[in-house]
Design a protein around this ligand. Structure first.
Ligand SMILES: Cc1cc2nc3c(=O)[nH]c(=O)nc-3n(C[C@H](O)[C@H](O)[C@H](O)COP(=O)(O)O)c2cc1C
Length: 256
């Protein structure tokens, strides 16, 4: 038995949307979405994220090239970059003459990541509740430092995710998720005796999803995807720690 309301209906209807109409997202809506992001819970109340709204076609093209994803090019959908932002707090402290050595800590970069990702997801839920579609763009990792340069991001910032938000031109089918039995444990880890057996029905659901979505490109079952895709290229190969450190973040653990 589950319960429902309009928020939960929105959340259970989530699907990533990659095709948008020409209709712009109104300024009122954009402002509302940013306001929702702003109200997200914040680690130690440090508020360590910023959002860059990309309007300059040249900068969008840099991001399009970084992602290698066709739907990022052009001008359909608002393109947002979610930035882990310790710079603002560094400035506040520097203005007060306070040492910024703690900003080197991995823990602080982690806090910035928590804040930024939670704000992004809050914005997604608000956008979807208004009938808009969204897709995250982890693919900005294809050239994160190039994007940081194009956006003139200062030290102590890190563009962690992109996002497109727009009026959906199509609504893809719902992508099935893992069964709760392997996701949720009570008082201990929800281990299965054999995952291929526990996920056999789910594998069938996933195969069916791809048969309907893209019959010309059938994708394998979930377990097969995990066997074949993890470690197999793309942004997985990005030197994430090196890029965080190039931006002045996660330089070392706290040694106090
Ligand atoms: C952190 C993150 C990064 C993602 N990056 C991309 C991306 O670069 N391009 C893309 O098309 N989808 C991207 N996605 C969307 C996922 O592919 C999608 O959420 C997943 O396949 C499940 O499908 P659904 O969102 O339609 O349910 C990303 C999702 C997350 C959470």
């Amino acid at each position: 038995m589950t319960v429902t309301n309009s928020t939960i209906e929105t959340q259970l209807n989530h699907r990533s949307v990659r095709q948008f109409t020409d209709e712009p997202v109104s300024e009122e809506i954009m402002e509302t979405l940013f306001d929702v992001a702003r109200h997200t819970a914040s680690t130690v109340f440090f508020q360590m994220f910023s959002i860059i709204r990309v309007k300059d076609p040249e900068i969008r093209e840099v991001i399009h090239q970084a992602t290698g994803q066709p739907y990022v090019g052009g001008d359909k959908g608002e393109l947002l970059i979610f930035v882990v932002d310790l710079h603002r707090n560094a400035q506040i402290r520097a203005e007060a003459g306070i040492d910024n050595e703690p900003l080197d800590w991995v823990s602080l970069a982690g806090f910035g990541l928590y804040d930024t990702l939670l704000a992004a997801q809050n914005l997604v839920v608000a956008a979807e509740s208004l009938g808009l579609g969204t897709v995250y763009l982890g693919s900005i990792g294809g050239n994160r430092l190039g994007i940081a340069e194009a956006l003139k991001l200062p030290k102590h910032t890190f563009p962690v995710l992109g996002m497109l938000v727009g009026h959906p031109a199509n609504v893809p089918p719902l992508k099935p998720r893992l069964p709760l039995e392997v996701l949720v444990g009570t008082d201990s880890y929800p281990e299965a005796d054999n995952y291929h057996e526990a996920l056999a029905d789910y594998d069938d659901e996933v195969r069916h999803y791809y048969d309907v979505r893209t019959p010309e490109h059938p994708e394998p079952a979930f377990t097969t995807q995990i066997e074949k895709k993890i470690g197999a290229g793309g942004i997985q190969l990005e030197p994430l720690l090196a890029h965080l450190q190039a931006q002045g973040l996660a330089l070392r653990d706290c040694d106090r």
